[in-house]
Structures are given as C-alpha cells and as structure tokens.
Design a binder for this molecule. Sequence first.
Ligand code: CMC
Length: 396
Amino acid sequence: MGQDRSADIHHERSGIVFRPGLEGVPVTQSAICDIDGLQGRLAYRGYPLEEMAAHSTFLETTYLLIWGELPSPQELRDFEAEVQMHRRVSFRVRDMMKCFPATGHPMDALQSSAASLGLFYSRRAIDDPQYVYDAVVRLIAKIPTMVAAFQLIRKGQDPIQPRDDLAYSANFLYMLTEREPDPLAARIFDRCLILHAEHSLNASTFSARVTASTLTDPYAVVASAVGTLAGPLHGGANEDVLAMLEEIGHPDRAAAFLEEAMATKRKVMGFGHREYRVKDPRAVILQSLAEEMFARFGKDEMYDVARAVEHEAATRLGPKGIYPNVDFYSGLVYRKLGIPRDLFTPVFAISRVAGWLAHWREQLGANRIFRPSQIYTGAKARSWIHGEDRAPATGA
Ligand code: CMC
C-alpha cells in the first residue's frame, strides 16, 4: 500500500534488494525458450516462432519443447499414437465433473480435474524416464478432453468420446462443438496452440517450476500452473479483451475509450508485456490467422474495433512500450472457431501444458527447492495481551 510497485527496495539490516514482481531477476537457467523483447523475436529451442507456426504441428512442437530436439518421423508417429491412445478420461473423472456447478468457471473445473489425475496415477517415480514419458502423454492427451467434457456437462449433456480418426486439434474441436471441423479451421487452431505453447518464466510457468522443485507429482505441477494462468493479468486477459471490444462497440469510439482509460488508469486488456517493448510476435501471427479465418468463414465486426484500438493506442501507449500482446487477437480467432468466451483461457492452458512440462523436466534436471526470502515489515517483538485488556482491533 502506498509503495512504488516497480522501484527497488533496499533493506538496510540484511543488505537485500527487493524488486517487486521480480522484474529482470533471473530465477533459473533455461534452454527452452528465448525472447528478444526489443526486436519482438521468440524462439523455441532455437527455432523461430514464425517457422514453428508455418511448418510444425502442436504435438511436434510439444515434443521439441519437452525433449529438446525435433522428433524423427518415427518418434513423432509414436508420440502421436501414444497421445491418441490416452485421450479418454476415466468415468470417475467425468462423474466428478458432473458434480461441479454448471455456473463455475471452466478454468476452476480444469484446475480441479487436472489435479484429480494425481489420484489415479499417484506414483511419484520422477527419476524413471518411463514415468515421465507416460505423465507427459497423459497430460497432453487428457487436458483437452477434460476441457471439452466440462463444456458439454455444463450444458446438461454427456461428454462425447474422442475420435481416433481425427488429429489432436481437429479432435478437440469435434469434442467441443460436436461437429467435425473444417480442415482449415483445425489447422488454424493447431497453429494457435503452437503460438501459446511456451513463453519462458511467465507467472504460471514460474508457479509450475516452484511446485516442481518440491518433487511433487506432475499433475500437481500442472494444476498449480492452471490456477495461476487463470488470472486477468495473465492468461485470463484473452477473455476480457472481447468484453472490452464489445464495450467499445464501434471503431469510432476507440479513441475516446483510450483517452478515458488513460485518464482513469484503466488497463487496456491485451496490451502490455513485461518482456516486450514492441508488438508481441505472437500477436502479429495471430492477427494474420484471424484474417485467414475471416477470409474463409466471414468477418467478425469486432475485428475493426480491435484494429482501431491498436491504431489509436500506438500514439498513446506506444511511447511507453505498450503494444498488443498474445491475448489481443486470439479471442477473435477462437470466437470464429465456435469456442465460447470463457473457454479461451482453458484453450490457452491446453497449449501451455507443453511449456509447463518442459520446465518440469528441466527443473528436475538440476533441482534445488525454491525458497526465497522476504523483507519483514511487521511489528517488532511485543508482549502478550490478555483478552480483557485488548482494545478493539481496527479495520477487522
Ligand atoms: N494498459 C494501460 N497501461 C498499461 C498497460 C495496459 N494494458 N500495461 C501496462 N500499463 C502501464 C501501467 O499503468 C504502468 O504505468 P505507470 O508506470 O504510469 O504506473 C506501466 O505501464 C507499467 O505497468 P505494470 O503493470 O507495472 O507492468 P508489468 O510489467 O508489471 O505488467 C502486464 C505486465 C501484462 C500485467 C500489464 O501490461 C497488464 O496488466 N496488461 C493488461 C493485461 C493483459 O493483457 N495481460 C496479458 C499479458 S500477456 C499474456 C499472458 O501473460 O498471459
């Protein structure tokens, strides 16, 4: 309260410097993802994001992120086949999900159901490569099934089973919408998953690494990361962007909206990023995917509003290095794909599981438990006060 949120705080007694939000503070070494926030470049294991989005598939990207190298054709076929075999979730998990309130947020449903997998596969043999492989396969395979299942369950329907003849992304869209998707729509969705798969030490990945560092099971690692991703400053922003565009309603109102947002210090959702001072490279590709969707399946009128917001923000927020981030255009693509708004963040989670698991493995490879320190700002040593002698607590 009242402190400058971004300034370093020096603690005289210990000599410790506290940097709020850990801005610029390395918390690990990592070989997974490289970000150049000044040039707007991003690479997975050295491969530029643009090439990944153009040539790879989500499952191939997952393999690369987790095991460090692109798979051979046979390794990829084996991995795809394993994932396909494990897509189904136990009827017990589905029954548990039927007890969730239909009005609950799908991210809460996903966090609970991801955590529940630990009940079924509770062995913590994290030194056993086969256990690690099986856990990766299960999480990558089952998370989309659980997201789609909750969507149908909350509508009062039974979840539909995965279809073995459909590839990963097409199968998810099928389980969600109950219709086999157009091949272009499925490919665009798969590219969205590639773009969201990994992004270094963001809040949810940090959360995953902290949880991993206790040597708990990977289902707990993913569940803690899902809970962290849900917040509106992180993955939850993609849902809020569409609400904001609808509130603006028309491209002509973008300038006035931004003026008011700046005057009242309201955050423009889908803008700003700790790592970037330019437009997020993922937003650049997502915008082109949105245009591809609109060219084929018809335009979304909110796209013109989004472009007007970006245009007007360039002179107002651009000088502070605040530009569209990954969440700004993704919702427009998802909406055109028929994905309900409150599933945008669970869709983000489906993809980011790949990054979280890559960091889980990397953390275990050189583990030391995270246990940072703090600067104590509370009361000095005090003598106990008996109840009858206490003044009423203020602010209680
Ligand atoms: N709209 C208006 N002003 C902003 C915005 C924004 N979206 N983002 C940052 N600022 C301003 C902020 O008001 C502050 O100004 P001042 O110095 O005058 O007080 C300055 O920029 C620094 O902001 P900050 O919140 O301290 O920056 P941060 O690095 O701690 O936070 C962020 C980064 C992404 C949380 C923030 O930019 C934000 O809240 N953006 C909106 C929510 C959003 O789109 N989140 C998705 C992030 S990207 C994907 C993901 O992580 O899932």
